[in-house]
Unconditional design. Structure first.
Length: 335
């Protein structure tokens, strides 16, 4: 099934951008289930046998750390012991005791989720990452906290009660759990059903509690630019067109490089405005070097290999025998 676009979740995108985006939380009910990752895909990941930390962890809202050995197992490969492989029996036992299963960066290892993330990232011009949560009824994975990202929650299975509070009262806020003394007005209280989509603006405090059954949802976190992103982009813009040796030799050369660098930066700074800096920072943030496009498959390579398509390398009997003859002839010549 093709992943739905943002319009398929929120309806009129322009209206959502004007009224909701980074302003207030909202719940939407699309006509079809939005998530490409659900309980069947979760089982397939466990069945595959390669799911391991740091892609999975288990958390509790009471701040008790669940150690990896409590939900993983070790394997011996080629005589070496490797740790951190997902153990479904241990995970289920912890779920029954109230813990929450968290799968990190599902977009890095599940192709349909990666396709959805790529599409959403292109639509909104921001970097998107995917996380999957599985919570038992009454369980709460995280206490009230703020995320440094806008979040779309795609409810997959079970029911989950969400509480969304107001935005930070100060500009210099920090992500993570709210301090014990901080209170934030509640804006939304809603039980999500399978197929529902919840939007939580960046920085708005929230928590979720399993309401019925095993509650599963996919969180799509949308990363926006930070001050460090702006600084990095400014440095890059100020350096554009600058041609200096990477290692000036001697004090005179270093002094000349300083003067050239400062002069170039001053000239560039006069030409750079917010309309240049913001998109440059966002473009760098949106890039996903850890998820390159797949340009060739093993199945396709195997077919080309058999047909001898141009540009492929063959290692069939003919090429092996030819190499063997060359080695034999070289040995005879050496005698």
């Amino acid at each position: 099934m093709e992943s739905p676009t943002l319009a398929g979740w929120v309806g009129h995108v322009e209206d959502f951008a004007a009224r909701r985006w980074q302003r207030e939380p909202a719940v939407f009910t699309p006509g079809t289930l939005a998530s490409p990752f659900g309980l069947d895909e979760l089982d397939a990941a466990f069945d595959g046998g390669l799911l391991r930390t740091p892609y999975l962890e288990m958390v509790r809202s009471d701040k008790v750390v669940v150690p990896p050995e409590a939900f993983t197992t070790s394997r011996v490969v080629n005589g070496t012991t490797h740790h951190g492989f997902a153990d479904r029996a241990k995970v289920v036992a912890l779920l029954r005791s109230g813990a929450t299963l968290l799968l990190r960066r599902v977009d890095q290892w599940h192709r349909p989720t990666a396709d959805l993330v790529a599409r959403l990232s292109e639509e909104i011009d921001r970097r998107v990452e995917a996380f999957f949560f599985l919570t038992p009824a009454g369980g709460q994975g995280l206490a009230v906290h703020r995320d440094d990202a806008d979040v779309f929650v795609l409810q997959v299975a079970g029911r989950k009660t969400w509480y969304v509070h107001d935005a930070p009262a100060v500009a210099d806020w920090s992500p993570g759990e709210l301090p014990d003394g901080e209170r934030s007005p509640r804006l939304l209280h809603r039980v999500l059903e399978p197929g529902d989509v919840l939007y939580v603006p960046r920085g708005f405090a929230h928590r979720a509690v399993g309401a019925a059954g095993l509650s599963a949802h996919l969180s799509l976190t949308i990363r926006d630019i930070s001050l460090q992103d702006l600084r990095t982009a400014l440095e890059r813009l100020l350096s554009e067109g600058l041609d200096l040796p990477a290692r000036p030799l001697g004090e005179a050369a270093i002094t000349d490089a300083c003067a050239t660098l400062l002069g170039h930066a001053r000239a560039r700074l006069d030409a750079i405005g917010p309309e240049d800096l913001r998109p440059a920072a966002r473009a760098a943030r949106t890039r996903r070097p850890d998820a390159p496009p797949v340009t060739e498959t093993f199945a396709g390579t195997a077919r080309d290999w058999e047909t001898g398509a141009p540009g492929t390398r063959r290692a069939g009997p003919a090429s092996v025998s030819g190499a063997w003859r060359r080695l034999r002839d070289a040995a005879r010549t050496a005698r």
